[in-house]
Design a protein around this ligand. Structure first.
Ligand SMILES: [Zn+2]
Length: 354
């Protein structure tokens, strides 16, 4: 069977049909939200902390580290009170904090373990300082298996973290690589939430000179790692991990039909995608950060369904207010809007209902 067929393939037809209702709903013109209705208190599932000791080391290691449009001075002077100000200004009740790229792995075992521990201990201090405002997706020093297993134990058992935060690729290996199996087996045993943030692989940071990786490469790295988890059977082997992918899954929603056609016809597809690629994609969760533009949100909603979409800001790298405005201008039903802003996160993190 041709890989790029005419669309008559049953799996593709089923995949597309499943999103038809959502696509039809979003095809309507954008409308402004009704101002009279009180806003739901949001839960931000994509919110970064910049621990000072970690940031100082990062700044020295990279000789003047900056990230997106945030200057080195802003990165180095950050503290949690600034995060609270942004949350209060944007009707955000709780933020689940996580690392941003490049994470805590710089090629040496001792350094990775140290960076993960200072990151997590700093986050735990701030969570105590601001009761009920934060949760934690704790970084672990992958690809160091032993160090990661120890940090999982510390983060989940001692710090009571809400889940584990990792990045999309480590040393050129995507997350479906067999070398990560012991860590995923443990996370599956614990039924953990695993939050996956994009980074940039060594191959691809300057494919287009002058274009920063955030523009194009991050969304593709997220997509590559989702594909890696699918084709290597990791989503089937570890069904109890609740995976969340940043930025609406990168370019996955746009490529979902193409991925269903291609990945769904590999030699091992009966084993790793017995219900089709679309069914695997619908098992995952996706946050809204930088995916709030009408086209991106329409594609995400068709692929995943509104029950798998989680509000996220990407603080402090993206302006929360602008993204919220785009979401408010998107035609969702009241129940869908409540689910995306808060309800879907509460289902994943029932402790926040208290
Ligand atoms: Zn981010």
């Amino acid at each position: 069977m041709a890989l790029f067929s005419c669309g008559c393939c049953p799996s593709r037809r089923g995949f597309l049909a499943s999103g038809l209702a959502a696509a039809t709903a979003l095809a309507a013109p954008r409308v402004h939200a009704q101002a009279a209705k009180p806003a739901v208190k949001r839960i931000d599932m994509h919110h970064h902390f910049l621990p000072p000791e970690y940031m100082k080391a990062e700044h020295e290691r990279l000789s003047g580290y900056t990230h997106g449009g945030v200057s080195a001075n802003q990165l180095l002077s950050w503290d949690a009170s600034k995060s609270i100000e942004v949350m209060d200004a944007n009707n955000i009740a709780v933020a689940i904090v996580s690392q941003t790229t490049p994470g805590v792995w710089f090629g040496d075992v001792a350094g990775g373990r140290h960076a993960a521990r200072i990151w997590n201990d700093y986050a735990a201090e701030q969570i105590k300082k601001y009761p009920a405002r934060y949760g934690l997706f704790a970084p672990i020093p992958l690809p160091d298996t032993e160090g990661s297993l120890k940090e999982i134990e510390y983060a989940l058992d001692t710090l009571k973290a809400d889940g584990i935060g990792i990045v999309s690729t480590y040393d050129g290996k995507y997350l479906g690589d067999a070398s990560f199996a012991p860590v995923f087996a443990e996370l599956n045993r614990r039924k953990a939430i695993v939050y996956v943030h994009p980074t940039v692989a060594a191959c691809c940071g300057s494919v287009l000179p002058g274009v920063i990786p955030q523009a194009i490469e991050f969304p593709f790295d997220t997509t590559r790692t989702i594909a890696s988890l699918i084709i290597n059977g990791a989503l089937m082997k570890y069904p109890d991990i609740r995976f969340i992918f940043s930025h609406g899954g990168g370019v996955t929603p746009m490529l979902a039909g193409r991925m269903a056609e291609t990945l769904g016809h590999r030699p091992n597809s009966a084993e790793v995608t017995p219900n089709g690629v679309g069914a695997e994609l619908r098992k995952l969760y996706y946050d809204t950060a930088s995916a709030t533009a009408p086209g991106a949100m329409a594609a995400l909603r068709v692929m995943a369904g509104s029950g798998r979409i989680l509000f996220g800001t990407d603080y402090p790298f993206v302006k929360a207010a602008a993204e919220i405005k785009e979401l408010e201008e998107t035609r969702f039903s009241d129940s869908e809007r409540e689910a995306i802003d808060r309800g879907n996160a509460l289902a994943l993190l029932p402790r926040l209902r208290a």
